[in-house]
Design a binder for this molecule. Structure first.
Ligand code: PHB
Length: 375
């Protein structure tokens, strides 16, 4: 996929030409290879509807080659956090339309991330105080984020096999809604311990029916979702996100290479727009952190988006070395709305402020400064 020329002129050892070169993604021409990673920011309005402040935030970041939106609930039963947007109601579609309009006005591209949180939720966030659902009734260690602060996770209800088609149908409808809103495509969130990932990995999936046990069975739910969503969008406007070694949300798998190798082999025939891989364990920041990057890159037939602690130098090298086609940046885009321009000039970066990551107002959201305008 990669046909980047090594540039002879380097700044501080590495230039950012690889990241700043254009790329094809499905039917789209991206202006650079820098993707804004999906980031939960908990600033949707009443009814989980995108509002003015969200329009401003995404508009500010539209110089990314591609924006992947924050995770957006496919139904009221899929909610896992306060203030996260949905894509299941008309007001939400209307709110997203305004976000997309702003991004398109500035020549950007934006995919919506389709989200069901499964067991990473809490009755207080769900209709009628219902229990969160999961492949198996296994309570994750840790605490849910609720409107009244952190609360221990509850034991989720194991889904009956007969309930799964209705959830796949919610993905299909959410994919249609994303199309009505005007998104350029959608990403299926099958990473980070949310519902599809809970089915994929054997630490959270102990089922003995057609949806648990063998690799084929554990992958079934994700592949049914992929069938439904590509049926709406066509394959070349659909991406999938995976996180093979991430232990965030109390996740584990006895053989990630086998599990995710199988998943990628099954995704290949779809001809998807991309595979987006969280290559690291988000909870491990120590030395030795990392995943053998080329494993899924080499197994996947189309565009590969690498994610996980990349910076200007490592991102550029990943592209020039062919380890990735595109690289997604979370914290760096959060704190630097003009990240591509800063990489181009090797400018100093704003530091992200973790205190304002989740919830609040424009502080730490839309007030990170741009580089001063040049005359
Ligand atoms: C988070 O809220 O920390 C979060 C949400 C979605 C992810 C990962 C992390 O995929």
């Amino acid at each position: 996929m990669t046909d980047i020329q090594q540039n002879s002129e380097t700044i501080n050892g590495t230039n950012a030409d690889g990241l700043l070169s254009p790329a094809k993604l499905g039917p789209y021409s991206l202006k650079n290879r820098m993707v804004m990673a999906p980031l939960t920011r908990n600033r949707a309005g009443e009814g989980n509807v995108p509002q003015d402040i969200n329009v401003t935030y995404y508009r500010q970041r539209s110089s990314a080659g591609l924006i992947v939106s924050e995770g957006s609930q496919i139904s009221p039963h899929a909610v896992g956090y306060p203030g996260t947007p949905g894509i299941h109601g008309p007001e939400q579609i209307a709110g997203w339309k305004r976000v997309i309009g702003a991004v398109h006005e500035n020549g950007g591209r934006i995919f919506l991330q389709l989200w069901h949180t499964g067991r990473i939720s809490h009755p207080s966030l769900l209709p009628d105080g219902e229990l969160p659902v999961a492949p198996s009734a296994i309570k994750p260690a840790g605490e849910a984020v609720t409107f009244s602060g952190p609360k221990p996770f509850v034991t989720p209800r194991a889904l009956e096999p007969g309930e799964l088609p209705a959830i796949v149908e919610q993905y299909r409808q959410a994919a249609r809604n994303a199309q009505s809103a005007g998104f350029d495509g959608v990403e299926i969130h099958a990473a980070n311990g949310y519902l599809p990932d809970q089915f994929l990995r054997d630490g959270s999936n102990k089922r003995t029916d057609d949806y648990g046990g063998s690799l084929e069975n554990r992958a079934r739910f994700l592949l049914e979702i992929t069938d439904a969503v590509t049926g709406v969008w066509g394959s070349e406007r659909v991406g999938v996100r995976l996180s093979p070694i991430n232990t965030f949300n109390d996740m584990s798998d006895s053989d990630p290479d086998a599990t995710f190798g199988f998943v990628v082999e099954k995704l290949n025939p779809y001809g998807l727009a991309y595979l987006h891989v969280v290559e690291v364990d988000m909870l491990d920041s120590g030395p030795g952190r990392g995943y053998e990057r080329r494993k899924l890159r080499d197994a996947f037939a189309a565009t590969y988006i690498a994610n996980g602690g990349y910076d200007r130098e490592r991102g550029s090298l990943a592209v020039t070395d062919g380890d990735a086609d595109l690289v997604s940046f979370g914290r760096l885009f959060l704190a630097n709305p003009d990240l591509p321009e800063r990489f181009a000039s090797d400018a100093t970066l704003n530091e992200p402020d973790p205190e304002t990551f989740y919830g609040g107002d424009e502080r730490g959201y839309t007030d990170y400064p741009f580089l001063p305008a040049k005359d």
